[in-house]
Design a protein around this ligand. Structure first.
Ligand SMILES: Nc1ncnc2c1ncn2[C@@H]1O[C@H](COP(=O)(O)OP(=O)(O)OP(=O)(O)O)[C@@H](O)[C@H]1O
Length: 311
């Protein structure tokens, strides 16, 4: 697949001496949705800032659709959109003017029909003549998105698009992102919400302390690292896991009403038949069995806390 964006050996050390990025290498394919997951301070915003020309990297190169971003800044700027975390627009400006202005800022010709469509898609049409300061927090976020969409970028960064927004806006965002992808836009989103990455992304990158720990197809990642859990619902609660069951990775859950077994879904032998046999031998009665797949969230937490297991 053809990359639209390539970062090679990108590092950033701020004037304070803090190293926010440690030699990041990353290729983003045309038309994909890439989710960058990482805890607070991992370096996500720094990375976006570097690609958008807002932060100067300490070293490394960034290529956007064949153009070196440092040399050919204008081309990249025209074609890359950013939805930042916060609105820095003039609070006295009207919604429609700020969205129109944003289009002009990126060298695009005025297109009232497009601006109308974007505002309607984001349920802002009724508010088009309201001043930014008169909008609720969620609506302000919608304006941020409208501004980025109004200039029809080929690559769109969404920096924590749904942090602190209500469920409705989150759903709208997800729909919008899927529509944009269908129209060929490449999307990179940063998020703390694993469900967002799970819902939307084609590939996932995990970043922690300025280091890209892994980049993987979402489905492959979940398959590769996915553990499964099986809950055995007991007739009589237990206070400790019987020592006879020590060879299985068992914990008690639900105040001793459940025996929880964590196993590797990819392993040839899951250990379930032998466990259940042993449970019966010990005369432990159970009323139900329930298995569940581990989510991307478990995988993420696992990686961030145990980075040495990432490779
Ligand atoms: N202008 C700056 N000067 C000095 N240090 C900075 C600057 N901007 C960011 N940092 C530091 O660099 C690190 C990475 O910050 P960054 O904003 O890129 O993280 P993030 O992954 O986007 O975090 P969050 O999820 O909280 O937004 C943090 O430790 C932050 O304190």
């Amino acid at each position: 697949m053809q990359p639209i964006l390539t970062l090679s050996g990108v590092t950033k050390t701020y004037a304070s001496g803090h190293q926010a990025l440690k030699s990041v290498d990353l290729s983003i394919n045309k038309g994909e949705i890439f989710a960058l997951l990482g805890p607070n301070g991992a370096g996500k915003t720094t990375m976006i800032g570097i690609v958008c020309g807002l932060v100067v990297p300490s070293s490394g190169t960034i290529t956007f659709d064949g153009h070196d971003v440092a040399r050919d800044f204008r081309e990249a700027r025209r074609r890359i959109g950013l939805v930042p975390q916060e609105l820095s627009t003039d609070m006295f400006e009207k919604v429609i003017s700020t969205v129109r202005f944003s289009r002009g800022l990126f060298g695009r010709r005025r297109d009232d029909a497009l601006v109308e469509q974007v505002l309607k898609d984001l349920s802002l049409w009724d508010k088009r003549d309201a001043k930014i300061m008169e909008l609720s927090g969620g609506m302000k976020r919608r304006v941020l998105i409208a501004k980025a969409l109004a200039h029809e970028p080929d690559l769109l960064f969404l920096d924590e698009p749904t942090a602190g927004v209500d469920v409705e806006l989150r759903r709208d965002m997800w729909k919008l992102v899927h529509r944009l992808r269908e129209a060929g836009t490449t999307i990179i989103l940063t998020t703390h919400y694993i469900e967002e990455a799970e819902e939307m992304a084609d590939r996932v990158g995990v970043i922690n302390r300025g280091e890209l720990l892994l980049v993987e197809e979402k489905t492959a990642l979940m398959k590769k690292l996915g553990k499964r859990e099986m809950d055995i619902s007991l007739v009589e609660p237990m206070s400790v896991v019987p020592p006879e069951l020590a060879e299985w990775d068992l914990t008690l859950a639900d105040e001793g009403h459940k025996l929880r077994y964590v196993f590797d879904a990819q392993a040839e032998r899951t250990g379930i038949p032998s466990l259940l046999r042993k449970v019966s031998e010990l005369g432990i009665q159970f009323k139900d069995l329930d298995t569940s797949k581990s989510s991307l969230e478990d995988i993420f937490v696992d990686l961030v806390h145990r980075p040495e297991q990432a490779a």
